[in-house]
Design a protein around this ligand. Structure first.
Ligand SMILES: Cc1ncc(COP(=O)(O)O)c(C=O)c1O
Length: 400
């Protein structure tokens, strides 16, 4: 059967593929150390699991309203008020099957064919694919390691054309852990206002910010104009270690939320009823497990950064949030290892796997061919072992 052009052009998610490959090699008995995890390695907290068990026992197993249950949408509004100072009504919330699905609904709803979306790079791998699937064109805005991988308003403005429809803000970001402050966001929001653009604000790593004095600011909270042109994307996957439950949500202007809800009603009916009960428990319940996880990630961030700083030939901007570090491996590119040409970070990654059983994500799908992404959603012991192997690889194959 012929696959149409739209579907044929969609690339598989490289991060998910590599995570699967690491699992496969491990299952086959290899002593693999994987830096690919895109999810917290903690259990979903008990009170959340218990809420799901009760939902099952109470027979909460039928269709729900397509944009999510009233209680969950109300809890999301309360969360947005408490954490972000935002006033939304339940009719402005659409609960979906993960934040990825919320992003798909958002882009499908606002993009016409050929519309451009300004996408600060390095960017999360799925943005470009989702935008393309929805008929749009991602326009990367390349930032520099020296500027902490931050896209300022000037850079963003230079990427705007007559076709630009939206700007993505991802703070904290995947893969570089960039956190935008209020002033930086205000300048970007001014640009959005000047050119009448939507702001897609992906805040899924909101709860994972590490350093004192840094806070999460939602672009929508800056002023009424920003609020009216923003679609906030968030969810419970990363904050509550609930990646498999598949609950994300969008908060949007009323007409946009209604259109997203209509789309979803035909595409998936509703998000899983039991997972919605669990997400409700997450949002209204004890926040202590979230803080425990944040502290664990902060400590792991410190461990991995120390190891990177001590390793010759590689460098990285210290991530301020999320659980990834984007590592510059430019100096490892060139020449060959074991007869294999090393032309980019993907080749470095392949050599690391074959010599040291270490799996990392090459940066090309994030927009940077000479970088790799290391996830620190693994134990400090594994980080230590993995970084020792990377050091060993560099000392055996290079002379710095
Ligand atoms: C920046 C970013 N946004 C959204 C998502 C999707 O999250 P979910 O698991 O809720 O679909 C991810 C997951 O890796 C992410 O890194």
């Amino acid at each position: 059967m012929r696959i149409n052009e739209r579907a044929a052009n969609i690339k598989a998610s490289s991060t998910l593929a590599l995570t699967a490959k690491a699992k496969e090699l491990r299952a086959a008995g290899a002593d693999i150390l994987s830096f690919t995890a895109g999810e917290p390695d903690f259990d979903t907290p008990k009170h959340i699991r218990d809420a799901a068990k009760s939902a099952l026992d109470e027979g909460f197993t039928k269709y729900t309203p397509s944009s999510g249950t009233a209680e969950l949408r109300e809890a999301i509004c309360a969360k947005l008020k408490k954490d972000n100072g935002l006033s939304y009504e339940p009719a402005q919330i659409v609960v979906s099957n993960g934040a990825k699905h919320s992003l798909f609904n958002a882009f499908y709803t606002i993009l016409d064919d050929g519309d451009e979306v300004v996408t600060p790079a390095p960017y999360w791998v799925s943005y470009a694919e989702i935008i393309t699937m929805c008929g749009g064109a991602p326009v990367p805005v390349y930032t520099n390691e020296a500027d902490g991988f931050k896209a300022d308003a000037g850079l963003i403005e230079r990427a705007i054309t007559a076709k630009t429809k939206a700007i993505i803000i991802n703070s904290p970001s995947n893969p570089a852990g960039v956190v935008y402050n209020r002033g930086e966001l205000a300048e970007i929001a001014e640009i959005a206002k000047k050119y009448d653009l939507a702001i897609i604000s992906d805040e899924v790593y909101e709860k994972l910010i590490f350093d004192d004095g840094l806070e999460h600011v939602s672009a929508a909270s800056l002023n009424d104009d920003a609020l009216n042109r923003s679609i906030i994307i968030n969810g419970v996957s990363k904050s509550y270690s609930m990646t498999g439950w598949r609950i994300g949500y969008a908060a949007a202007p009323r007409d946009v939320a209604a259109a997203m809800g209509n789309l979803q009603s035909h595409a998936t009916s509703n998000p899983n009823s039991i997972a919605q009960k669990a997400a409700f428990a997450a949002l209204v319940g004890d926040g202590a497990p979230v803080e425990d996880m944040r502290l664990a990630f902060k400590s792991r961030r410190d461990v991995i950064m120390k190891a990177i700083d001590e390793t010759p030939g590689i460098s990285a901007v210290c991530p301020q949030g999320a659980f990834y570090v984007f590592v510059n491996v430019e100096k490892l590119v060139g020449g060959d290892i074991d007869g294999m040409k090393i032309n980019d970070a993907a080749d470095v990654a392949a050599a690391l796997l074959s010599r040291e059983n270490v799996v990392v994500v090459p940066g090309a799908d994030f927009g940077y061919a000479n970088y790799i992404r290391l996830s620190f959603a693994i134990s400090e012991e594994e980080i230590g072992k993995g970084m020792d192997r990377i050091k060993n690889f560099i000392s055996e194959c290079y002379s710095f």
